[in-house]
Design a protein around this ligand. Structure first.
Ligand code: ZN
Length: 97
């Protein structure tokens, strides 16, 4: 997923598999797609200090924590810091509630 983001020329947020109009400040109870309860918080280092978005551990559907524009801003910040996708601080935090 993040390799796509780094090489992408357009809006990064548009590459995410998610409903861009739906945001959730708190960890969602269930995945909107597959209803799985295994939602993980995803932290993108260099972008936002904390969980930036939520991702379903089963189907990888993404739920934004912030508005689309805000998420884009943080993703762009991270993109500027990390040139090698291997270096991206992609930290799933299953313990985060
Ligand atoms: Zn799911």
């Amino acid at each position: 997923m993040l390799e796509d983001l780094v090489s992408c020329k357009g809006k990064l947020v548009d590459k995410l598999k998610c409903d861009k109009e739906t945001t959730s400040r708190k960890r969602p109870e269930n995945c909107v797609k597959c209803k799985s309860k295994e939602i993980i918080g995803v932290e993108v280092m260099g972008g936002y200090d904390g969980v930036l978005l939520w991702e379903c551990d089963k189907c990888e559907h993404t739920i934004l924590r912030f508005k689309k524009e805000t998420t884009e801003k943080y993703l762009q910040l991270a993109k500027g810091l990390w040139t090698n996708p291997e270096d991206w601080g992609y930290v799933p935090r299953s313990e985060f509630n």
